[in-house]
Ligand binder design. Structure first.
Ligand SMILES: O=C(O)c1cnc2c(S(=O)(=O)O)cccc2c1O
Length: 458
């Protein structure tokens, strides 16, 4: 049920799951009803903004300022980023003309870690809203890519003097969000932690799945990354008869080094997590489908080869793990009209053998990488996470269901559907023998893209 004046006035949003795709320029309008542009998210229709925080990786500050409606355009914005040294200087220089934009540098003390987390904290006159998303704050990420977000309900202020545990949700989202923010250990977020404490987050039905750089032992191993996901699936999902035949699907826009064979991480600890449902886990016979665009998917996309600029799979990494490519499936999304809008969204899910039901669904900033999800070390007594990541887990039990039915036609969106709007076609389609995974740092000059261009990286 729409939770407040704002959402009822916005055209038909799916407020069962609050999972939305970005608008894509150039699609039939049918495929953009219920999809959101950044200007929609920041619109007064969702609340009267007072201040906001933008957690992200890549920023175009002047463009970002312009996405706010004029009446909100000079309200304070805090940027949480991971840039250092010259990159940090360039970022701060971008904000020279905008005194209302301030910065907070996230600590990145482990090599190759990045600040991938994408989140908006929106403080309104009327309350508070959280958006967890996959898009950078640059024009190209909101133009012709498939991107996703979870948009929270409007969280009202708690009555004065409410206790510390007030406003908690059945999924402990308030505690977990506060712990995630506290993990930055930066003064700039203190006032935001305090503000969130004063609000009622009890209507939240998703679980928070975050990553914060560090080396974790003991109970702390289950706080972040894939061991956090495993803990949630162990504690809040039910075993399913014949679950070994329920495939796992991972879909992402970049890939890290997975080691010399599948046992090193993917088919070991990561698959053990993804196949957990209640007490049972590692099903080594469970099908694992990985969705990553082929060269032809990129070539024939709306953006053409330049879409590959946001699919940073390098030749150096790919040639060390040719075994991985046998898991790959094409990017096909006729269901959402987005087969030619390359994915920058990242999603993970467990589907029924006939792909009509889901046991769970995750939308996140996390790509297929040990840096994002964490990797066990020291004989499985420690887990190392390199990057900041953030996503949400949808579990049927939190929606009073046993499984999520897969929604066949998500567009135009229907606000009351109980079907889950999976953003791409199920079952995923295997690469043909001629298909190759997109690799971003090699030339493609044999066939022109949709704009008649070839790709010759420098
Ligand atoms: O959205 C992100 O968090 C993100 C992070 N990194 C990217 C890179 S690279 O830093 O890996 O070279 C290259 C192209 C796109 C990227 C991107 O979209």
């Amino acid at each position: 049920e729409p939770d407040d004046f704002f959402e009822t006035s916005f055209p038909c949003l799916n407020d069962t799951y609050r999972f939305y795709l970005n608008k894509v320029t150039g699609l039939d309008r049918k495929y953009n009803t219920g999809a959101l542009h950044i200007k929609d998210i920041l619109s007064p229709l969702f609340g009267t903004l007072k201040e906001s925080v933008q957690f992200n990786y890549c920023f175009d500050i002047a463009w970002m300022v312009n996405q706010f409606p004029p009446e909100f355009r000079d309200l304070p914005v805090l940027i949480v980023h991971g840039d250092k040294r010259e990159a940090k200087a360039r970022l701060l220089k971008q904000a020279q003309p905008f005194p209302h934009v301030r910065f907070c540098q996230a600590k990145l003390d482990i090599a190759f870690g990045t600040h991938h987390t994408k989140m908006m904290l929106l403080w309104y006159e009327e309350g508070f809203r959280v958006v967890i998303l996959t898009s950078n704050l640059i024009r190209a990420d909101w133009y012709q890519k498939t991107q996703g977000m979870w948009m929270s309900p409007l969280f009202p202020r708690l009555p004065k003097g409410s206790g510390a545990s007030a406003g908690e949700s059945p999924t402990f989202f308030k505690r977990d969000l506060l712990e995630y923010l506290a993990s930055y250990r930066v003064p700039e977020l203190e006032e935001w932690i305090q503000r969130i404490k004063e609000h009622d987050l009890s209507e939240t039905r998703v679980y928070l799945v975050g990553s914060t750089p560090g080396r974790y032992v003991g109970e702390n191993m289950e706080r972040w990354g894939h061991l956090r996901l495993r803990k949630l699936l162990h504690d809040h999902a039910e075993p399913i008869p014949g679950e070994e035949r329920w495939p796992v699907i991972g879909q992402f826009s970049s890939i890290g080094s997975m080691g010399l064979d599948k046992t090193k991480w993917l088919a070991g600890e990561f698959q053990r997590t993804l196949t957990t449902l209640g007490k049972s886990s590692l099903r080594s016979d469970t099908p694992v489908h990985l969705v990553f665009p082929s060269v032809d998917d990129v070539r024939t996309s709306l953006e053409g080869y330049p879409a590959g600029g946001s699919l940073p799979y390098s030749l150096q990494t790919a040639q060390k793990q040719l075994w991985l490519h046998s898991y790959f499936h094409r990017w096909k999304a006729n269901t959402t009209g987005r087969s030619h809008a390359m994915p920058h969204i990242k999603t993970y899910m467990r589907a029924s053998p006939d792909f009509t039901e889901l046991a769970w669904f995750v939308v996140t900033s996390s790509n297929l990488s040990k840096a994002a999800w964490g990797a066990l070390e020291k004989n499985n007594t420690q887990v190392m996470v390199r990057s900041y990541e953030l996503g949400v887990l949808y579990l049927p039990a939190a929606f009073g269901m046993k499984t999520f039915p897969v929604l066949k036609d998500p567009f135009p969106v229907s606000s009351s559907s109980t079907g889950f709007p999976v953003p791409f076609d199920l079952p995923p389609v295997c690469y043909s023998p001629k298909d190759q995974p997109w690799i971003w740092n090699i030339p493609y000059n044999q066939a022109p893209d949709t704009h008649g261009n070839i790709w010759v990286p420098s």
